[in-house]
Design a protein around this ligand. Structure first.
Ligand code: HEM
Length: 387
């Protein structure tokens, strides 16, 4: 095998490029991998109009990947992320800061977990949609026989009780669903705040999120016998509801109107005259908002658990540092990463960097991955094309 340096030198020095020796994008196919260095914390974290002139909306083309995250889809549609939807961790961290003012450590955790769970951490490549041949398989079946699924693949990150996507067991878990969004609108119409600009009951607020999320859980609990809602999924699910309140709101007045919500969810574009929030949104802002939505002191509270024989069975209490962090790493990342992390090559270094990025915002001591590899009978679930 050629080393990275050999490949780059050979390709750079040759006028006759062979596709066998010189890949079209040498950074993607270097033998040794691509080292991950997280971007530094930025000082550019104030109120800003988004998008700017350099980032016009363009609909995705036929080979561009889009998936279950309305924010990443929107960032890709505006070119803050590569429009192909094939991204690196640095791409995500830069884009989520520029577009939404997401805090450095929060985006490093989310993107780092996604890369380890559903991407290729050796080459620093992740699809924001489904499987894609531009994201190669991991070496030596580190995560089983399947190619990396992309963030749309059910399990680990994409999960049950989403707001605008169905549970995988019930329907389309990747693309925006009108029927679910209509339920969302109904709750805004009933519990939303009034606006002099967009009208009565047209602004999303905490009560709307409490009622809507509770309804989504009750509905899926009844309909999905395989409902899985353990600690990391409860965290993602309610954190995403908090993202709506804290990141989708207009930074100028911190309100989120129905037209703005529809713009980002349905059309995957920023609404006119929208500004990102005025200060970075970090994990503690998001978890404190999420715990008001899923508050133990209200009737809306849903503990972590799963359906067994049609009955929702809460998980036993957890006494460690943080139940979500523990569940993310020990149950949702394959145990093989714990062995890889002991190595000296670029892949090993990347795995260590990403495991640290995941632990950092939780302020927990690092725990080793201990989940199963992706089962080989589960290769196809994110192959559905974007519509
Ligand atoms: C930083 C990297 C990010 C990654 C890797 C990521 C990944 C994901 C994934 C996998 C889902 C699907 C989860 C599910 O099944 O419900 C999702 C949903 C979601 N994401 Fe992101 N996301 C990121 C950033 C953001 C940002 C910056 C925002 C807000 C500005 C955001 C807002 C949301 C929302 C609201 C949903 C829920 C959609 C729904 O339930 O219908 N995400 N994201």
């Amino acid at each position: 095998m050629l080393s990275t340096i050999q490949t780059v030198l050979l390709c750079a020095g040759s006028f006759i490029t062979s596709s066998l020796v010189c890949p079209p994008n040498p950074t993607v196919l270097q033998d040794d991998g691509v080292i991950i260095i997280l971007p530094p914390r930025s000082n550019d974290t104030g109120l800003k109009k988004v998008p700017d002139a350099a980032h016009p909306y363009m609909p995705p083309g036929p080979t561009d990947q889009r998936g279950p995250c309305p924010a990443l889809n929107t960032l890709a549609n505006h070119g803050y992320l590569p429009r192909s939807g094939i991204v690196t961790i640095q791409n995500i961290m830069d884009a989520t800061r520029e577009g939404f003012n997401m805090d450095h450590d929060l985006s490093a955790f989310l993107a780092g977990f996604a890369l380890l769970a559903r991407g290729n951490a050796k080459y620093n490549l992740l699809s924001i949609g489904g499987v894609d041949k531009r994201v190669p398989s991991l070496p030596a079946q580190v995560d089983g026989d399947c190619p990396p699924g992309g963030i749309a693949k059910h399990g680990r990150f994409e999960g049950d009780v989403s707001m605008t996507r169905q549970d995988a067991a019930l329907g389309d878990d990747r693309n925006f669903q009108d029927s679910l969004f209509d339920q969302f609108l109904t709750f805004i119409g009933q519990y939303g705040d009034n606006s002099t600009v967009t009208g009565p009951h047209s602004l999303v607020n905490l009560r709307v999120m409490q009622e809507f999320k509770y309804q989504r859980f009750i509905d899926d609990q009844k309909r999905n016998p395989a409902l899985s809602f353990h600690a990391s999924r409860v965290a993602s699910s309610y954190n995403e509801a908090a993202f709506i309140l804290k990141f989708f709101a207009n930074g100028t007045d911190e309100t989120l109107s129905v037209p703005s919500l529809g713009s980002i969810f349905r059309n995957q574009t920023f609404t006119p005259n929208w500004w990102r929030r005025a200060s970075p949104g970090n994990l503690s802002l998001i978890t404190s908002t999420a715990s008001m939505i899923n508050s133990v002191n209200t009737l809306f509270y849903i503990p972590p658990g799963e359906n067994k024989g049609g009955k929702y069975m809460p998980d036993p209490p957890f006494y460690g540092c943080d139940p979500a962090y523990y569940d993310f790493v020990t149950n949702n990342l394959p145990y093989t990463y714990a062995m890889i992390a002991n190595g000296t090559d670029i892949f090993a270094q990347n795995v260590r960097t990403l495991l640290k990025a995941i632990a950092t915002p939780f302020k927990c001591p690092e725990v080793p991955p201990n989940g199963p590899k992706d089962p080989s009978n589960n290769c196809g679930s994110s192959l559905t094309n974007r519509i």
